[in-house]
Write a protein that binds this ligand. Structure first.
Ligand SMILES: C[S@@+](CC[C@H](N)C(=O)[O-])C[C@H]1O[C@@H](n2cnc3c(N)ncnc32)[C@H](O)[C@@H]1O
Length: 247
């Protein structure tokens, strides 16, 4: 619910970036979402006729995502797996894969990140695209941060506050905390999650990409998902969508 406002924009962006930078397709796209969460993008892309596959580590998210496709009468494949060492169904080859909302930063080691990117690349057809949405770190200027997202549905309101602590350059971590205030049927409950994200400066992204030569950097955009405005991979703007192509 809290990311729902972005879903339409992201869906159109995925379609648009494919037209602009991907191989020419005669029909719908075969889309892959590593760490698909509740399946909001699986649903919106499937509803537009694309074939969707995705996995998540959290079994509740997997069950939710499967059910949301089923109740809408949509096709898709969702399974439980880990970003670091996932596998895809036999013979699956995707036109495009995407991993937004800094989800890639849950992978807590460089070896895990390399393995994950290699697997994502191998799951793509030649010239297929991989979109990574990441908040980059400026180690020289990383004050504590706070973001608020609000989601509403009839009878439910969710206010989600996320705090990040200053990044630690040595350990490549930033401590994160999300508190969700969920009001439903007149009652409010709080849910809190604490975790560490692995941090990436632009140079750390480049160093990671050098270890996965099967992927080439095509272009960067930002979290406004505007196909007409591109960004450099630098610290001018730290919320980037990195567009990679399988060689
Ligand atoms: C911020 S949510 C994003 C979900 C979805 N991609 C979206 O844009 O709505 C992050 C998801 O990553 C999953 N996750 C975290 N660490 C993971 C890992 N190592 N392997 C697979 N999934 C993981 C969580 O369970 C959660 O569903």
């Amino acid at each position: 619910m809290v990311y729902a406002d972005y879903t339409k924009k992201e869906t159109r962006f995925i379609e648009g970036i494919m037209k602009k930078h991907g191989p020419k397709l005669d029909g719908p796209m075969r889309v892959f979402e590593p760490a698909c969460g509740s399946g909001r993008l699986l649903e919106s892309l499937a509803a537009r006729g694309h074939s969707v596959h995705g996995f998540d580590l959290n079994k509740h998210q997997v069950a939710f995502a499967k059910n949301r496709l089923k109740v809408k009468g949509l096709q898709g494949r969702v399974w439980r797996d880990r970003l670091q060492d996932f596998s895809v169904p036999k013979a699956a080859r995707y036109d495009i894969a995407h991993c937004f909302v800094s989800t890639f930063k849950y992978i807590d080691t460089e070896a895990g990140a390399v393995s994950s990117l290699r697997r994502m690349a191998a799951a793509l057809r030649p010239d297929g695209l991989l979109l990574l949405g990441l908040h980059l770190t400026d180690y020289k200027n990383s004050p504590p941060d706070h973001e608020r997202w609000i989601g509403r549905k009839p009878g439910i309101r969710v206010v989600s506050d996320t705090w990040s602590a200053p990044a630690n350059r040595k350990s490549r971590t930033e401590a994160m905390r999300t508190r969700m205030r969920i009001t439903e049927k007149g009652e409010t409950r709080l849910e809190e999650t604490l975790w560490d994200f692995r941090t990436y400066s632009p140079n750390e992204v480049r160093a990671l990409l050098r270890r996965v030569p099967s992927l080439e950097l095509v272009v960067c955009h930002d979290f406004h998902y505007d196909l007409k405005s591109t960004r450099a991979l630098d610290l001018e703007y730290t919320d980037v969508i990195i567009v990679l192509r399988r060689r």
